[in-house]
Design a protein around this ligand. Sequence first.
Ligand code: PGA
Length: 251
Amino acid sequence: MDKKYFIAANWKMNADLSFINEYFSAFKSELENSNDMIICPPDIYLQSVMDKAPSFISIGAQNISQHEVGAFTGECSGHMLADHSIEYVIIGHSERREYHRESNEEIKLKLLKAIENNLIPILCIGESIEQRESDQTFEVIGQQIRRVLDRDILSADTQFLIAYEPIWAIGTGLTATPEMANEVHAFIQSILNEIHSSKIIPILYGGSMKSSNAKELLQMEHIHGGLIGGASLDASEFIKIYNIAEEIRNG
Ligand code: PGA
């Protein structure tokens, strides 16, 4: 089956205007682009990235408010993102779950707001090292999905991405082996099938993906792309990962 890849950059709280100018100068030469490339900069740079990025690149935010409008200092609503033609939004990243105490319930509200505003959610899930070592990976992942996604949500005619990001692999240089990641991705797929048998949701892997390990990860049956933090801050490294996906898809 032809598998389309989603190669997404999560810049987190990095970048500034000169970084952005330089970053996109690396995109001068024509890139094959049969797969999707997504860049998620900090909100204040969404417009700058949109202005500078080649048109085949989609832009995503890193967070969305669960509220529509009003007295929520520091927040940015789904309507505001959609108003700027943002296409994607990362929801439930482990850093937000940890530093901002985001619960599965709050994450579900954010996901609903994204859908209401025609934004494509990139729902992040993943276990901690303690949970993996005590054999709770599948239980945790199962909960993270079931508390956020239900049959109604999956029945809607909306697109979604899921990113499996084992917390112990994020920014640590440790990567899940391709087999480990593939096993969890297959499990995620099986839960999605239980909730809604026919919905196809691409599942990306995140956690220290880089050009040196991208090929073996992306070749796995259930891995449909990557959510890339550290390695996406180097434009040539990010392009390399994207090109690996191109090579795999186009042979
Ligand atoms: P990393 O981050 O690639 O630096 O591990 C991935 C992420 O947190 O999305």
